[in-house]
Design a protein around this ligand. Structure first.
Ligand code: C2G
Length: 131
């Protein structure tokens, strides 16, 4: 079984999130999605999510491409996640290109093009401006 992993916040779930999960699953047979906790998002990314970790995890877990969801609590957990879960492929959107090359000693690292024209930040702005 070829195991794939990807990481993200996945707030205000949108097409860009769906597309990265769809393409990540195409690279293997099993997809684990590691979702940033509310604390990690605020402390490490200064992101305040609209949806709680529980809600973001429930939405992502319901996506047909996703086989497992676990919390992301720190930047440093990736190597442990990859080794403990026998991951073959680590996938991220291209905005993270080069940031996780240290994982190449353990698994394939693939960066995929982001989906243009959508982001959680843009969704927030649209809601703010138009509603
Ligand atoms: N993404 C994408 N296209 C978009 C928006 C996002 O391909 N239009 C991808 C991102 O590149 C990322 C994933 O979707 O691979 C999740 O994006 P975010 O929820 O914004 O996650 P991020 O804040 O980048 O957190 O340790 C890594 C971090 O947890 C990644």
């Amino acid at each position: 079984m070829k195991k794939v992993i990807t990481y993200g916040t996945f707030d205000l779930f949108h097409r860009g999130h769906l597309e990265i999960l769809r393409r990540a699953k195409e690279l293997g047979d099993h997809l684990t999605v590691v979702i940033s906790t509310d604390e990690f998002n605020w402390n490490e990314k200064q992101k305040k999510c609209v949806y709680s970790y529980e809600d973001r995890a429930a939405i992502v877990a319901a996506i047909k491409y996703v086989d497992a969801v676990i919390p992301e609590t720190c930047w440093e957990q990736k190597m442990t996640d990859v080794t403990d879960r026998d991951i073959d492929v680590f996938v991220m959107g291209h905005d993270w290109d080069g940031k996780f090359d240290f994982l190449k000693e353990q698994c394939e690292v693939i960066c995929l093009p982001r989906t243009d024209g959508i982001s959680s930040t843009e969704v927030k702005q649209i809601v703010k401006d138009d509603h």
